[in-house]
Design a protein around this ligand. Structure first.
Ligand code: PLI
Length: 457
C-alpha cells in the first residue's frame, strides 16, 4: 500500500531550479563548499533535519498567543505542563537550541580529566565535553561500525564495554553516562528499551546519573514500537514516557523531534542541579521562564512535542526516509543499513572507490550531486572529520566516509524523494567520471564550514 503524506499543503514556498551551467558557476564561487552556497540556489536541501521542519497550522496559530513578558510568560507554563505530561519531568530550563543545554549540563558536572561514556557523541556534544576538560568515550556496540549489518537497534550501548570502562577508570571519574536517541553519528539508529534499562541498571549499581541526548526521541520510540518485542500494542506516547522514566535528565535539541525551527531543553530530576542550571541559564541564555526563546517559540514547541507523537505522522516520517533508502538500495547504491530514522547515509568508500580519502570523496560526491540536480547533502567523512596531528603533521582519516541525505520533517513530498533518488542513481552510473578535490583554503577550526576546494584535474 502506498504510504501517502498525512497532511495537505496550505502554504507553499516556491523553490528554484537552476541550470547546470549556473550551478557550475555557483560551485566555483562557493569554493566547492555547499555550506557557502546560498539556500536560494538549492532545489532540494538535505543538509540537515535540524530546525528545517515545517510547522503545522496549530503551531502557527500558537505563535499568536505568544506572551512576551520577561518573567512568567504563559507559554512557559504550557511547556512545563507538556514536559511533565509527556516526559514525567518537573524540572527543566528552555534553551535556544541543543548545544547550550549541553554546555550548561557539562559546566555543572564535568571536572577536567573526567570521562563521559555515550553510545556515540554527536559533534557538538563531543566538543562541549572536551571544552570542559572531559574525555568523550563512544561505547556503542561493535555492529554499529559494520555498515551493512541489519541489527534492529544498532544505536545500543555495549553494556559490557561500559562496565569494563567504569572498572578501568573508576566510578569517580565518570560524572554521568549518556545515551543518544537515535544515534545520529552512527546512521540515525535507535536504542532499544532493553538496552536503556540495562544501561540504567549499570548506572544505578555505580550510583551514576543517566542522561539522554533526546533530539530524536519520538523516532527512537517509533522504532521500539516497530521492532521490539512487547511494544507493538503500546502507544508511542507510552513508550516515550517509559523511556524517559529511566533517565535522570536529558538534553534535547528541539529542532528535530520538537518540530520547531529553534529551541532546546535541559531537564533533570535533581533539584540542586536544577537550581544551579537556572543560575547558569540566567547568565548565558535568559530568565528561566524563557531561556533563549521568545514566548511564541515556547508555544510552538509545546504543540510540536505533542504533534510529533502522532503515529500516522511517525509512520509516514520513518516511511519516507525508508522510501528513499529502498529506492537507492534497489539500484545497488551502498547505504548504511538498516535505514535510519531521519536520513539515508551513503557509503562513499564504495560509491567512489577510485577517490582516496586525501581527496575528499564525500565532498566530491556532494558537490557532484549538487551540480547534477541542485540537491544539497551533508559530507560526513574526510571533509568533516580528517584530523592533522599537530606534532607529526600526519593526517588521520575517519573510519567511515559517509554522505547524509537528511530529510527535513513535513517539508518534502515523495515526488521530491523520487527526484533525489533518480539523481543519485544517474550519478552512480557515471561515478567513474567524478574527480577528487584538493583544499585551497583551510581555517584552523571547524574546517568544513568555511574551507574552499577545487577539483583535481
Ligand atoms: O544543533 P543543536 O545545538 O540544536 O543540537 C545539537 C545536537 C545534539 N545532539 C544530536 C544528536 C544532534 O543531532 C544535534 C544536532 N544535529 C545537527 C545540527 C544535525 O545536522 O544533525
Amino acid at each position: 500500500m502506498i504510504l501517502a503524506e498525512p497532511y495537505r499543503i496550505k502554504v507553499v514556498e516556491p523553490i528554484k531550479m537552476t541550470t547546470k551551467k549556473q550551478r557550475k558557476k555557483i560551485l566555483e564561487e562557493a569554493g566547492y563548499n555547499l555550506f557557502l552556497v546560498k539556500a536560494e540556489d538549492i532545489y532540494i536541501d538535505l543538509l540537515t533535519d535540524s530546525g528545517t521542519s515545517a510547522m503545522s497550522h496549530y503551531q502557527w496559530a500558537g505563535l499568536m498567543i505568544g506572551d512576551e513578558s520577561y518573567a512568567g510568560c504563559r507559554n512557559f507554563f504550557h511547556l512545563k505542563e507538556t514536559v511533565k505530561e509527556l516526559f514525567g519531568f518537573d524540572h527543566f530550563v528552555p534553551t535556544h537550541q541543543g548545544r547550550p543545554a549541553e554546555n550548561i549540563l557539562f559546566m555543572l558536572t564535568i571536572r577536567p580529566g573526567d570521562y563521559v561514556p555515550n553510545n556515540m557523541h554527536f559533534d557538538s556534544t563531543r566538543a562541549h565535553v572536551i571544552d570542559k576538560g572531559g574525555v568523550p568515550v563512544d561505547l556503542v556496540i561493535e555492529d554499529a561500525y559494520d555498515i551493512e549489518k541489519e541489527h534492529p537497534f544498532k544505536g545500543n550501548m555495549d553494556v559490557n564495554k561500559l562496565e569494563d570502562f567504569i572498572k578501568k577508570v573508576g566510578r569517580d571519574k565518570i560524572p554521568l553516562v549518556m545515551l543518544t536517541l537515535t544515534n545520529n553519528t552512527g546512521g540515525g539508529q535507535p536504542v532499544s528499551m532493553k538496552n536503556i534499562k540495562e544501561v540504567k541498571s549499570v548506572c544505578e549499581r555505580y550510583g551514576m546519573p543517566l542522561f539522554f541526548d533526546a533530539a530524536r526521541f519520538a523516532e527512537n520510540a517509533y522504532f521500539i514500537k516497530e521492532r521490539e518485542e512487547g511494544y507493538k500494542d503500546k502507544s508511542v506516547r507510552e513508550i516515550v514516557y517509559e523511556m524517559m522514566s529511566y533517565a535522570d535528565g536529558f538534553t534535547m535539541s528541539c529542532k528535530k523531534d520538537g518540530l520547531v525551527n529553534i529551541g532546546g531543553i535541559l531537564a533533570m530530576r535533581d533539584e540542586k542541579l536544577f537550581e544551579r542550571a537556572k543560575q547558569l541559564l540566567i547568565l548565558m541564555e535568559g530568565f528561566p521562564t524563557y531561556g533563549g526563546l521568545a514566548g511564541r517559540d515556547l508555544e510552538a514547541l509545546s504543540i510540536g512535542l505533542r504533534e510529533v507523537l502522532d503515529e500516522a505522522y511517525l509512520r509516514w516520517r520513518v516511511g519516507q526516509v525508508r522510501y528513499l533508502g529502498e529506492k537507492l538500495r534497489k539500484e545497488g547504491i551502498p547505504i548504511v543499513l538498516p535505514i535510519g530514522g531521519h536520513a539515508v547515509y551513503i557509503d562513499i568508500k564504495r560509491f567512489l572507490p577510485h577517490i582516496p580519502q586525501s581527496q575528499f570523496p564525500d565532498n566530491a560526491f556532494a558537490t557532484s550531486l549538487y551540480l547534477e540536480a541542485g540537491i544539497r547533502t551533508a559530507a560526513l567523512g574526510s571533509t568533516a572529520f580528517a584530523e592533522k596531528d599537530k606534532e607529526t603533521g600526519k593526517v588521520k582519516y575517519p573510519k567511515l566516509e559517509l554522505v547524509r541525505l537528511t530529510i527535513p520533517r513535513r517539508v518534502y513530498t515523495n515526488s521530491h524523494m523520487d527526484y533525489v533518488a533518480e539523481a543519485v542513481i544517474r550519478l552512480y552510473k557515471e561515478r567513474d567520471k567524478i574527480k577528487g578535490l584538493r583544499i585551497v583554503y583551510e581555517p584552523e577550526i571547524m574546517r568544513h564550514f568555511s574551507a574552499r576546494f577545487e577539483p583535481i584535474g
